[in-house]
Design a binder for this molecule. Sequence first.
Ligand SMILES: [Zn+2]
Length: 63
Amino acid sequence: MPSIPCPKCKTQITFNVKDILDGKAYNCMTCNIKITLSYKDNETALSQATKQLDKLKDELGIK
Ligand SMILES: [Zn+2]
């Protein structure tokens, strides 16, 4: 699972690329701030995460 550090406490927050594309918000488990990831703002990180996911699927033989 891809993750990002919380902007406040740096706890790693795992996210699901599909949820980001759906515009879902996340809460930090440690300090409980709400984080909304914008696909546009995080396009580079998200496209890398998607590529890694595709690579993993290829390795596992998932279509
Ligand atoms: Zn936090």
